[in-house]
Design a protein around this ligand. Structure first.
Ligand SMILES: NC(=O)c1ccc[n+]([C@@H]2O[C@H](COP(=O)([O-])OP(=O)(O)OC[C@H]3O[C@@H](n4cnc5c(N)ncnc54)[C@H](O)[C@@H]3O)[C@@H](O)[C@H]2O)c1
Length: 319
């Protein structure tokens, strides 16, 4: 159901912005409909006998820092890793390496509560945790391909740590990568470095990140969707369990489809921006107010802003 400004207003009333008495999200809240300044109260684990997994995060840039802050707010013990000493120092002192609304509050709260620590030692971080999230950079290479150097390096080091572990470990790739990367690059690098087997000894998942910069913390607690592609059921349930408090309707799919979804989302958003600007250019040449036109366009939730015309298949007709 689309969220109206009235809905948003009533949610805002339910969830005031006091840091001392943070309100709890309730089940009436639809996925992705929270206002931009919502941070829920920390929730107890659904079953107090089941301990929350400890999570290491490799790469403390935008994606990693937001994960550290928000997951610690949900009660997970977090160990961050970065090769950049300044980012490690900032996180350890409860300060944010990026400018993002509410992030520093949550990082400070996590450090104070003993739930956040950071190090430059990836192997130690993996040994101290049950799940490792990879959020290192994936820059564009000179030939236009995706440079996976940092992903490979991180996977090798994770493998070295898993070699020393006797318990199961789940590895979650959160970077935007070409389909195939998790199973054809990350898993083999870990197997090679650890001498262990994907499945019985460790699992891999792809769990894309859909947060908008500027309102990433609010989006974390009211995500547009949560997608998990996993190598096996154990890895899938470990990772989906992490998001239980913020999204009970995790979308499970194949790892390659999850990887592709992230690229498709990015390209769709770029297509919308390009389309809007093209309409603007044409309207300007015709002396028509493009905002009037697009305000009308976006009100059509049946044909325009809908799944209609978006499924691959036969051409459409009409005039
Ligand atoms: N920024 C976004 O809006 C956004 C959104 C969704 C997905 N992503 C994707 O998530 C990934 C991370 O993006 P980002 O913006 O957070 O990147 P970033 O460049 O801000 O941060 C990456 C961090 O990884 C660290 N790093 C590199 N190799 C390392 C290693 N071996 N061990 C430990 N740390 C290491 C770097 O020092 C850096 O701090 C990329 O694949 C990106 O495409 C980004």
């Amino acid at each position: 159901m689309p969220c109206t400004s009235k809905d948003r207003g009533s949610q805002k009333k339910k969830m005031t912005k006091s840091t001392n008495a943070l309100p709890v999200m309730d089940s009436s809240m639809e996925r992705g409909t929270a206002s931009n300044d919502i941070v829920p109260a920390r929730r107890p684990a659904p079953d107090r006998n089941v301990e929350k997994p400890a999570i290491s995060v490799v790469g403390l840039g935008y994606v990693g820092a937001v994960s550290m802050a928000c997951l610690s707010h949900l009660g997970f013990r977090m160990v961050g890793v970065d090769i950049a000493a300044n980012k490690v120092d900032l996180i350890n002192s409860g300060r944010s390496p990026i400018v993002e609304n509410r992030l520093e509050d949550l990082l400070g709260e996590g450090v104070e509560g003993g739930l956040i620590a950071a190090t430059d030692n990836l192997v130690t971080a993996v040994l101290q945790t049950d799940v490792t999230m990879i959020s290192v950079g994936t820059p564009t290479a000179n030939d236009g391909s995706c440079d996976l150097t940092f992903v490979r390096k991180a996977s090798q080091e994770i493998g070295q740590a898993i070699a020393m572990k006797s318990s199961y470990h789940a590895v979650v790739l959160r970077c935007s990568v070409p389909p195939g990367t998790t199973l054809d690059v990350v898993a083999p690098e870990i197997e090679k470095a650890s001498g262990k087997k994907l499945g019985p000894d460790f699992g891999v998942c792809f769990n894309p990140e859909f947060l908008r910069e500027g309102v990433a913390v609010a989006d974390f607690f009211a995500p547009p969707k949560t997608v998990v592609g996993a190598s096996d059921d154990r890895a899938a349930s470990t990772v989906s369990g992490i998001y239980e408090a913020v999204d009970k309707r995790v979308i499970f799919t194949s790892i390659a489809a999850a990887e592709m979804v992230k690229y498709v989302d990015n390209v769709w958003h770029a297509t919308k921006v390009a389309f809007g600007n093209e309409v603007g250019r044409i309207c300007k040449a015709l002396d028509i107010d493009s905002h009037d036109v697009m305000d009308i366009f976006v009100q059509d939730k049946k044909l325009n802003l809908s799944p209609y015309y978006l499924k691959p298949g036969f051409a459409f007709g009409g005039s």
